[in-house]
Design a protein. Structure first.
Length: 179
């Protein structure tokens, strides 16, 4: 038993010594030969590129002074361009004859609800505000048209139920919200 304990202690001492020797040698090698660090280069960003220079063409002008004379100078013209985009959100687009319920959350502006049905098909639609109040009450639709223009809402729950339809291979009902 004594020899077992002695052997175990020798192995333990050699293990601990080997660990620290290996760790020290690794540290020494890393100091003598450091590994290259990658150089991070930022990718070009559209916003970092210089904007095309716009230099207004000076046009001579005359301005009266308080001393009664005229001062010739330059005037500049500023042009502001405003763009707007058309947003179309498809709420329901289906070829199956079944009921659908969908919600729109975080509405930030006015929306116009539009519908398009295949000829000979009908559906009944209902819409609710966030507080449960009906916005559109079981309205039957067919053909193509506008359901309602929505303003001042941040939430809308919408349901469509088939009134007259058959499952088809092409789309029979499409309901969109547009801005």
């Amino acid at each position: 038993m004594k020899s077992f304990i002695t052997g175990f202690l020798v192995i333990l001492i050699f293990g601990v010594a080997g660990f620290y020797i290996f760790r020290g040698a690794g540290s020494l090698v890393s100091r003598l030969r450091p590994t290259p660090t990658p150089i991070v280069t930022p990718s070009p960003n559209v916003f970092d590129l210089p904007a095309p220079a716009y230099s207004p063409t000076p046009t001579p002008s005359s301005k009266p002074t308080t001393k009664g004379g005229l001062v010739k100078g330059t005037s500049t013209t500023t042009t502001t361009t405003t763009t707007s985009s058309h947003l179309t959100l498809t709420l329901i687009k289906t070829n199956e004859c079944k009921s659908y319920i969908t919600e729109i959350k975080d509405i930030t502006g006015p929306l116009t609800l539009r519908y398009a049905l295949k000829d000979g098909y009908k559906a009944a639609v209902t819409a609710w505000k966030q507080n449960g109040e009906e916005l559109i009450s079981q309205r039957e639709i067919s053909g193509t048209g506008e359901l309602k223009r929505i303003e001042g809402l941040t939430y809308l729950k919408f349901q469509s139920q088939p009134a007259q339809c058959d499952t088809t291979s092409d789309t029979w009902l499409t309901i969109t919200a547009e801005r």
